[in-house]
Design a protein around this ligand. Structure first.
Ligand code: UD1
Ligand code: MG
Length: 449
């Protein structure tokens, strides 16, 4: 029978080193709150329950956790050992294993946590910790090993002697424990260390003293163990996360011309042979298909781009651009736009909540808001869809093959019938029937002399 597993995420830390009003674990890392990564790591092991120890701003953190974890309040922040001790009353008769994750260990991969549990079970250990060798161990707990290489204890920076400080194998903040062994060790620790704080890392010697086996799994990728305690580490974590995402995409056949300057969010997918230039940000749930070109200075958020779309230094938000569309430079497409195949959006054009039919062109300096345009419509330079009357927004409808002359204004709500022509500079305040030519202010049907 499988040994039951419960997980606990330690997230009660305040934001002292972050110097922030926001709880540390809610700071955004690569577009997601830091605690999201620990949650996903815990969920990867399908434990019967996930607890999260929360602190001073518990309401905000609990709101984020929703149904995914049971919040347990740590009223006073008294160290990681004290934090874990908060859930012990809930585990009195629990005979399984406890996975402990620090919420600021955001770069640990789910497969590493899976491997840790596997190793823990295989060794029949009472405690298994995740470690790594790093270049700068400053600030981390050091792993002190005995003559046979066995783990003896973890020494925190503040308590380490000169020799111990030189140890470069560090504690990552991810552990598997036999719950009962941990509970006993924590009780002992609390009594022995009658201090303001007591550390989870102190449980190793009492577990060993009671005959429990302690093992360490060393993760080869040292970038996984970065703990995010301050803004500098947050920036490092962000950079490392991006690099990982970029490498994933590169394996999937995407070209990045200047990968260090690109941000690729965790829910972004990019198709083969798409080229992403430098200084580009891709975020939200975004799907970019094959053979696209995302040029420098573009921001694409929560959008879908079909095959072969070209975006030049533009901002695409919550919109869909079908195959062969192109946008920019300096276009702003937002608010649920839906562009059919081959739509051209040119320089300095803003589209908001616009549905545009295949092959239509909005070339230069235009605003198209709250509108439905048919196929092969030409929107001349500087056209404005005046959708707001000061109180309400209204919609315009423009039929297939309509030609809007430069600098014309549609005062919504109006409908332009298919094939109509609007003269340059016209201000359209009334519906225009199909195949009619109108011009002037206000626009009237054009009479031939
Ligand atoms: C901790 C470890 C250190 C390890 C490092 C890895 C201890 C004593 N030290 O140091 O060995 O190398 O992480 O990044 O465990 N927390 C609470 N309640 C508390 C204190 C902390 O919930 O009373 C939570 C924090 O929100 C955080 C986690 O526990 O998510 C770790 O605490 P933190 O203060 O970041 O410990 P470090 O100094 O980084
Ligand atoms: Mg930390």
């Amino acid at each position: 029978m499988a040994i039951p597993l419960v997980a606990v995420i330690l997230a009660a830390g305040d934001s002292t080193r972050m110097n922030s009003k926001t709880p540390k674990v809610l700071h955004s890392l690569a577009g997601q709150p830091m605690i999201e990564y620990a949650l996903q790591n815990a969920e990867a092991l399908s434990p019967s329950r996930i607890y999260a120890v929360v602190g001073a701003q518990s309401r905000e953190v609990s709101a984020y956790l929703g149904q995914r974890a049971v919040p347990v309040l740590q009223k006073k922040r008294m160290g990681t050992g004290h934090a874990v001790a908060q859930i012990l009353p809930q585990l009195k008769s629990f005979k399984g294993n406890l996975l402990v994750l620090y919420a600021d260990a955001c770069l640990v991969r789910p497969q590493t946590v899976l491997a840790l549990r596997q190793f823990h079970l295989l060794q029949g250990a009472a405690a298994t910790l995740l470690t790594a060798r790093v270049d700068s161990p400053f600030g981390y707990g050091r792993i002190v090993r005995g003559k046979e290489g066995e783990v003896e204890k973890i020494v925190e920076e503040t308590q380490a002697g000169e020799e111990e400080r030189r140890i470069n194998e560090i504690n990552a903040g991810v552990y598997c424990f036999k719950a009962q062994a941990l509970a006993q060790a924590l009780v002992w620790l609390k009594v022995a260390q009658a201090r303001e704080e007591f550390y989870l890392t102190g449980v190793i010697p009492p577990i060993l003293a009671r005959g429990g086996k302690v093992h360490a799994l060393m993760v080869p990728d040292r970038t996984e163990v970065l703990g995010v305690n301050n803004r500098n580490q947050l920036a490092q974590a962000h950079r490392l996360w991006n690099l990982r995402r970029v490498e994933d995409c590169q394996r999937g056949g995407v070209t990045f011309l200047n990968p260090k300057t690109v941000e690729v969010g965790p829910k972004v997918s990019i198709g083969r042979d798409t080229v992403v230039e430098g200084n580009v940000k891709l975020s939200g749930t975004t799907d970019i298909r094959e053979d696209c070109r995302i040029e420098s200075g573009s921001v694409i958020e929560s959008s879908q781009l079909g095959r072969g779309v070209v975006v030049r230094a533009s901002r695409i938000m919550e919109s869909r651009l079908a195959e062969g569309c192109d946008a920019g430079p300096f276009a702003h497409v937002r608010g649920g736009c839906d562009l059919a195949r081959g739509v051209h959006v040119g320089t300095n054009t803003e589209l908001k909540h616009a549905r545009i039919g295949a092959g239509s062109k909005v070339g230069h300096f235009s605003y198209v808001g709250d509108a439905v345009l048919g196929r092969d419509v030409n929107v001349g330079a500087g056209c404005v869809f005046a959708n707001f009357d000061g109180r309400n927004k209204h919609e315009c409808r423009v039929g297939n093959k309509v030609f809007l002359g430069s600098n014309s204004t549609l005062v919504a709500p109006v409908q332009i019938g298919k094939g109509a022509v609007i003269g340059a500079g016209a201000v359209v305040t009334k519906d225009v029937p199909a195949k009619t030519v109108v011009a002037g202010v206000p626009a009237k049907p054009f009479k031939k002399k």
